[in-house]
Design a protein around this ligand. Structure first.
Ligand code: PD2
Ligand code: ZN
Length: 281
């Protein structure tokens, strides 16, 4: 963090800005314009969210709001519910974790087989209205399982909850995507843009998205990596492995812009789990 400290004065100033109705984004912009490093500014903003939540108990110590994440430990293997998985790469900002062996080969095959008859052209949420529509930026086919819809989904959801220390009830149903050659998912953020008029409606079902787990179900022959352009990170799809990333605030400063690069040869199948801050109903 280059030595910049979150002083009590800075914290008070941020709280004052938030209470005056300024958006997190505009406060972050103001901080950066006055020389604060992006990471320090974002970290302070996360504390402010918690301060607001605790406004009725001001004597309590400020703590960060909880976020989904893998347990903080040095071990490269973690027991998650019913399976041992491996931690392969961890990045702090943006928070990105690459996990090996998250799904077995049979689970990958079963998810694809169950999803295939239900696939249709993927739609994206229209933030302006809260509805969804077909979009040229997302040329895959997809479907959603209901949460706990079958024993396989329930088991994988319990594994995700154990690995990311986040309740099953805070997760959306698993989404399956199939990309044909040439198909892609252009870079986007998974949180809902607070500036869009449709966002309050979307947030009624469990609040913001705060984390994403993309699980790879097969090995595309060429292309199809998940890219994080603002972080210079590329995750190559390998059947059974997964990439997790988290975004404590709905702002591009989280550097969680990400996309699915065009598939060049073969198909690419993924399962995505989006995690909400509250119970998703
Ligand atoms: O399939 C991917 O690599 C990918 C990329 C970006 C999936 C998602 N986003 C997603 O499902 O949100
Ligand atoms: Zn995404």
């Amino acid at each position: 963090m280059g030595g910049q400290q979150i002083t009590p004065e800075l914290r008070d100033w941020i709280i004052a800005q938030a209470e005056a109705g300024h958006s997190p984004q505009s406060v972050l912009n103001a901080m950066q314009a006055s020389g604060w490093e992006e990471d320090v500014a974002l970290s302070a903003m996360e504390d402010v969210l918690q301060a607001r939540a605790q406004a009725h108990t001001p004597d309590q110590q400020l703590t960060r709001k909880p976020m989904p994440d893998v347990p903080a430990m040095q071990a490269s293997r973690i027991h998650a519910h019913d399976r041992e998985v491996t931690l392969q790469v961890q990045i702090q900002h943006p928070r990105v974790v690459v996990i090996g062996g998250f799904l077995s080969a049979e689970e990958c095959t079963q998810l694809m087989a169950l999803a295939e008859p239900r696939l249709s052209r993927s739609e994206t949420v229209v933030n302006a209205t809260g509805g969804s529509e077909v979009n040229a930026a997302r040329t895959s086919h997809g479907m959603f399982f209901g949460r706990g819809e079958n024993a396989l989904c329930a088991r994988i959801e319990a594994r995700i909850a154990a690995l990311l220390q986040w309740p099953v009830e805070h997760g959306e149903g698993i989404q399956i995507l199939r990309y044909a050659p040439g198909a892609e998912y252009r870079p986007h953020h998974d949180y809902f843009d607070p500036a869009q008029p449709g966002t309050p409606t979307i947030l009624q079902r469990g609040g913001q998205r705060v984390g994403t787990l993309v699980m790879y179900l097969n090995d595309p022959l060429e292309g199809g990596a998940t890219t994080f352009p603002d972080a210079g990170v590329t995750v190559h799809p390998v059947a059974g492995s997964a990439v997790f990333f988290a975004y404590p605030l709905p702002t591009p400063q989280t550097k969680t812009l990400h996309g699915g690069a065009p598939v060049l040869k073969g198909e690419k199948w993924v399962a995505t789990k989006w995690l909400r801050e509250g119970r998703f109903i």
